[in-house]
Ligand binder design. Sequence first.
Ligand code: SF4
Ligand code: SF4
Length: 99
Amino acid sequence: MTIKQQSYPLFASSQVPGDLCPIATKMNPMLPGDWRSMKPVVDRAKCVKCAVCWLYCPVQCVVEKAAWFDINLATCKGCGICAKECPQRAISMVAGRAP
Ligand code: SF4
Ligand code: SF4
């Protein structure tokens, strides 16, 4: 079997500028809590500690407390999945990003 020659030569990595994609190479200190528009609030009286919110949160910011599950608002992006999935309707999404 013969391998067909490529039509164009491969790029020379030495010619790729070092600052081509600075976002991917520099750490951004901004957290989701700095830009989200909605935040989840857990009603501790309704929470039965089933951990469904913990299971579904895509960024793993649900934290276990002694008697309920709470949200780490620094890393929560406000997507509302936890509120949608909570079987007890113990989570409400409210406007605002402040803890
Ligand atoms: S899903 Fe709802 S009831 Fe279950 S732990 Fe989370 S807040 Fe509590
Ligand atoms: S709103 Fe989204 S990111 Fe925040 S705790 Fe719920 S599932 Fe996680």
